[in-house]
Design a protein around this ligand. Structure first.
Ligand code: SAM
Length: 418
């Protein structure tokens, strides 16, 4: 051990008198502090490995292979078209990531004298691994990683970090103030897959929020969804309110995704889809019962975001509700706020946006636009769904409740729409 940091371990009884404890004793009252383990650094390195292991599993269809029941490495190998040894190693990594579980296969039958049956090691033994394991989907994988699952994030895994090639240049982006290419410079290249990827889980979130805003509406309520993507928000409200009509606004380069989603949804024939920028398309003045800004403010410059909130507020009829869903930057960074903190960095790394706003900014803009703040929900880790209502009108307001329960408890794993 080298010299302790000066003054780092002084106590009231043993004040520091120099770089070494003095006088020396067999059991010194103060010892140099032990360094922490490097586990946190390994965790970061593992993050990269975990991400690509998950992408590989999705590319191979490994979760689908386990959807109808557990398999050993040989069975898994056959199902995903990879040699058994390699399939087993990937499956082991997914067990370490808590996406799969592994249980020993039934022990081989004992010989007549109670000795284990002797079977020569061969390819099948290698495939099963030491002891032989059967792999099964964990609950998280069963709920979120099956491609056609109701709340699937399988497509989102690839898109959520933004264009992958932006990350290695992050230091340069931070120096320069913008990435070498911004997502919004070519919206048709990135947003369609992001919109498709995020739609299933956002549809589940939006359905839960729509259930909370059950206030009676007029005879033909209007729901406006700005930056709709695959319209999870508009379609969830239309499903919840059978008499409602919707208006979805999406960029011309991406609007085909909105149209596809509407065409595939039973409520989609009540959704009008408009191609254009939410900053410019004509919006109904004081005519909407709900206006949704779903994950769109964060890529806007501050002034643009504030103006968009004001536009949305002006489109609300008295008593109508603005719904803003986003991952606001936390006031205090902490491990508990990892999702929203890294979301802010993603925006900085991949767009010309400023890395997300604080929830306090969103509230201030809503108030400045003449709205009264309503309940706020946190359906997903780090996600904030803020509501604010235009004063006036006779319809009952959304009722403040303790908050939407986390998605995992709102939708038990057994529930399925497939
Ligand atoms: C992160 S996605 C969110 C999609 C959906 N609202 C949701 O919450 O899942 C952002 C969407 O906003 C759209 N968008 C970005 N700028 C826009 C603009 N100026 N006008 C209309 N749509 C825009 C993008 O094309 C993209 O589909």
């Amino acid at each position: 051990m080298s010299a302790p940091p000066s003054g780092g371990s002084a106590t009231a009884q043993n004040p520091p008198s120099g770089p070494w404890p003095s006088p020396p004793s067999p059991l010194p009252a103060s010892l140099p502090p032990a360094p922490p383990t490097p586990a946190a650094v390994w965790e970061v390195i593992h993050g990269f490995r975990r991400y690509w292991a998950l992408v590989a599993a999705l590319d191979l269809g490994l979760f689908e292979a386990l959807a109808s029941g557990p398999l050993d490495a040989a069975g898994l190998a056959e199902a995903v078209g990879v040699d058994a040894h390699r399939a087993g190693l990937l499956a082991d990594a997914l067990v370490a990531m808590e996406l799969l579980t592994a249980a020993p296969t039934a022990t081989p039958a004992a010989g007549p004298a109670g000795a284990p049956a002797q079977t020569p090691p061969g390819p099948a033994d290698d495939a099963a691994g030491p002891g032989g394991l059967r792999y099964a989907l964990g609950l998280v994988a069963a709920n979120y990683l099956l491609t056609d699952g109701q709340r699937s994030m399988a497509r989102l895994v690839r898109e959520a970090p933004g264009p992958h090639e932006r990350w290695p240049e992050l230091a340069e982006t931070l120096r320069r103030g913008a990435p070498s290419a911004r997502v919004e410079d070519d919206p048709g290249a990135f947003y369609p897959n992001l919109a498709r990827g995020t739609a299933p889980i956002q549809r589940a979130v939006a359905a839960a929020v729509a259930r909370e805003l059950t206030a009676a509406r007029g005879p033909a309520p209007l729901v406006v969804d700005l930056g709709a993507g695959a319209a999870p928000w508009a379609l969830a409200f239309l499903e919840a309110w059978p008499a409602a009509r919707g208006l979805a606004v999406e960029l011309p380069e991406v609007v085909h995704v909105t149209r596809e989603a509407a065409a595939a949804d039973p409520a989609g024939d009540r959704l009008d889809v408009v191609a254009g920028s939410f900053h410019r398309v004509e919006l109904p003045e004081a005519g909407a019962d709900v206006v949704v800004l779903g994950h769109v403010l964060r890529t806007e410059p501050r002034g643009g975001a504030r103006r968009l909130v004001a536009r949305a507020a002006a489109a609300l009829r008295p008593g109508g509700t603005l719904v803003v869903a986003d991952y606001p930057r936390p006031e205090t960074p902490s491990p508990a706020a990892t999702t929203e903190t890294l979301m802010a960095l993603t925006i900085l790394a991949t767009t010309g946006g400023q890395g997300a706003f604080h929830a306090a900014d969103l509230r201030a803009w809503a108030r400045a636009a003449g709205l009264e703040l309503g309940p706020t929900y946190t359906p997903l880790p780090g996600q904030t769904v803020l509501t604010a209502t235009r004063p006036g009108g006779t319809a009952p307001r959304p009722v403040a409740r303790p908050g939407l329960r986390p998605l995992g408890s709102v939708f038990p794993p057994s529930e399925s729409r497939e």
